[in-house]
Ligand binder design. Structure first.
Ligand SMILES: CSCC[C@H](NC=O)C(=O)N[C@@H](C)C(=O)O
Length: 674
């Protein structure tokens, strides 16, 4: 059985995901036809190399600016190695690449400029020592060409003064008698004694080692990098772009809120904190705030006519991922009338993701739980004609005939309605193996998502597809509190975690079992993070119902986690308290956190539990899983612990993900006696 399942996992993991698309400028051919080049980037697991590989493929799209006349690939795939960031220049003539490579065993970062078929510049940023490592993440990182194509803007770690010990050899300058040595010492960089072991607070999970971002500009002609000094120290800049005419730079600045020095500070720096839009003028150096200073903003964009900045804004310190963004369905918002129209309503594809839009030419990735991602392009129809939207497929994917899926809706029973936010429904996605006989009763894997304010969309998902291919039904529950269902749904959950979300999942499972087709003696539960919190709650609150459980980095005890997670506000908000950086935790608050945690029900648990923990998890420190592991052992519940070194909260390194999947499926099969 393991070999058979591993074979299916290997096959299904070979479907790549689209991660990016760029549309080049419109080119008029010598025969009068117009076309644009589209470059796409994809990622795929390489199980042999134990890496996620990134590759690109180019397409050519002939069009008349309204519809597509002809399209097709213009070459084969090429693997991309060592690229941290890359960006074509607005004219399409040049390309900038931020590259990391190892030279004689030392990691160096280069900024390269490519022109047509040549690399015309390769600047060793590490040697230049103007700043530390370049930020390549989605939170702060950017690589942006100026409109004039003469400068590049990016974010990097601020240069730190060299730190040395008071006792380092040669640090006592009075001992230097040799004149040459004195000269050498004068040339040495300024160093700070005694700061060698100073702790730098970083930005937490997925941003470890990133502490103090600075905006940097490369003058391409002059080979000169300057760090923008006029940004106040009280903010951390990121997500930057050039203002029209390159007169300045617009960016998001995260405020370093600090608590009253005399009170108990939990944490001041994390990403759900206050942020504003800023403009820094490059001639006078003046830095001014453009948006409110009491909200959180992100994703600013300059409109194509260069007249407006569009950005997202939400309240500070509320539930993470609260309503401020459009996602899942591809929709058009008419900014003058606020009307929202679907462009994909006629399609049977479950999920549409807009990769880019350039002069009304859209590039999308679309997929379903039974169909890996395909690449499509289409022109945005004129307002009112959205029904006529027509998509052209550049890269087709095969529907998996053995998988059936549907979206189910649930109305909570009256006693579970939320009196503050009444009348909220929720949904789940059910995957089933196709072509099973009517009499077959399938085992069912219940999987609530994490967050809790996130969502599972009807897209291609590797693990559920493999589970389904080997004979399991999979129920992915978007309980009340999931995103995409409005702010009331999100706000209904904080203060009610461990009850409302747990009951929503259980109600969904019971409803599916009533429909028939599943074996109620063969129901198991899996989940990661807050999904792991729910899985552990479910086996504690419904001990005879679930026959096995597998949890990735689960939240086990809010009270013990608040002091060690990188997002302590999460524990406060989800437990039902307002968050302030200088809150002093009271015994009553800690009691409430404990009461809402799965550890509270550990004595009831009967289901064997498989725990998968990341050694470097900063979000839900692995001490959470260990706390559960020790308790389960103390109560003689079968438990197995998988420990993944060099992995953080997501356990997404290729060997961890594939090994985790195999262990989970075999654990479930073993404890269901399949
Ligand atoms: C203090 S961690 C809380 C749980 C975590 N929420 C936010 O990061 C979570 O559930 N994450 C989900 C999205 C996951 O890792 O799958």
């Amino acid at each position: 059985i393991p070999d058979y399942i591993a074979k299916i996992y290997r096959e299904q993991s070979q479907y790549p995901s689209l991660s990016r698309a760029d549309v080049g400028p419109v080119i008029t051919s010598q025969y009068g036809g117009s076309y644009s080049n589209i470059s796409t980037e994809w990622t795929q697991q390489d199980l042999e190399r134990n890496e996620i590989v990134k590759f690109c493929r180019q397409y050519i799209v002939f069009h008349d600016n309204k519809s597509i006349v002809y399209s097709g690939p213009s070459g084969n795939c090429t693997e991309i190695k060592g690229e941290l960031l890359s960006q074509d220049s607005p004219s399409g003539e040049m390309k900038a690449v931020m590259r990391e490579c190892s030279i004689k065993g030392e990691e160096k970062q280069f900024l390269e400029i490519w022109h047509r078929n040549r690399k015309i510049k390769s600047l060793n940023l590490t040697e230049l020592k103007k700043h530390g490592k370049v930020y390549e993440d989605d939170q702060f990182g950017c690589l942006v060409w100026s409109h004039s194509e003469t400068h590049l803007l990016y974010v990097a770690e601020k240069k730190r003064p060299k730190a040395e010990s008071y006792f380092q050899s040669g640090s006592e300058s009075t001992l230097l008698v040799d004149e040459d040595e004195v000269m050498k010492s004068a040339k040495k960089e300024d160093s700070v004694k005694g700061d060698q072991f100073v702790y730098y607070e970083d930005w937490g999970e997925t941003l470890v080692t990133k502490a103090t971002p600075v905006l940097c500009i490369l003058d391409i002609e002059g080979n000169n990098v300057s760090v923008l000094e006029s940004i106040p120290d009280s903010i951390s800049p990121g997500q930057a772009f050039w203002a029209p005419n390159d007169t300045g730079v617009v960016f998001v600045g995260w405020w370093h809120d600090t608590a009253d020095a005399n009170s108990f500070t939990m944490l001041c720096v994390f990403l759900y904190a206050r942020s504003s839009l800023f403009y820094v003028d490059l001639t006078g150096g003046k830095c001014e705030r453009l948006s409110s200073d009491s909200a959180a903003v992100c994703s600013p964009r300059l409109s194509p006519d260069l007249c407006r900045i569009v950005y997202l804004e939400c309240e500070v310190y509320g539930p993470h991922q609260q309503c401020n963004k459009l996602c899942m369905d591809l929709i058009v918002v008419d900014t003058s009338t606020d009307q929202v129209t679907s462009l994909t309503s006629k399609s049977n594809m479950g999920s549409w993701c807009l990769l880019t839009i350039h002069r009304d030419l859209m590039v999308v990735s679309c997929s379903s739980p039974n169909c890996p991602p395909s690449l499509r392009v289409g022109f945005l129809p004129v307002s009112g004609s959205e029904d006529e939207m027509s998509w052209v497929t550049l890269e087709e994917a095969q529907t998996q005939p053995e998988i059936d899926w549907q979206i189910l809706s649930f109305t909570p029973p009256p006693e579970e309605d939320n009196s503050q936010y009444p009348g909220l429904d929720y949904e789940a996605i059910l995957l089933k193996p196709k072509d099973v006989t009517e009499k077959t009763k399938l085992p069912l894997i219940v999987n609530p998502h994490g967050g809790p304010h996130s969502v599972i969309v009807a897209e291609w998902l590797l693990s559920p597809a493999v589970f389904c291919s080997v004979g399991f039904g999979v129920l992915l529950v978007n309980y009340r509190g999931s995103i995409g269902y409005g702010q009331d749904s999100i706000l209904s959950l904080p203060g009610n975690v461990g009850t409302q979300d747990v009951k929503d999942v259980q109600f969904a499972v019971e409803s599916v079992l009533k429909q028939g087709g599943f074996d109620r003696e063969k129901v198991v539960v899996t989940g990661g993070s807050h999904g792991g919190f729910l899985a552990c709650h479910l086996i504690g609150q419904y001990p005879d119902f679930y026959k096995a459980c597998a949890a990735r980095n689960p939240v086990i005890n809010l009270a013990s986690m608040i002091g060690s997670t990188d997002i302590p506000d999460w524990c406060m908000v989800e437990a039902g308290f307002d968050y302030k950086t200088n809150t002093l935790l009271s015994p009553a608050m800690l009691e409430q956190m404990l009461n809402k945690s799965p550890i509270k029900h550990v004595t009831q648990v009967k289901a064997p539990v498989l725990l998968a923990l990341g050694e470097d998890d900063r979000r839900v420190p692995n001490k959470q899983g260990l706390e559960y592991y020790k308790s389960l052992k103390a109560f003689n519940v079968p438990v197995r612990l998988l420990w993944y070194p060099d992995n953080n909260h997501s356990l997404s390194k290729v060997d961890a993900e594939s090994d985790g999947f195999m262990n989970i499926v075999l654990w479930l099969i073993q404890h269901l006696s399949l």
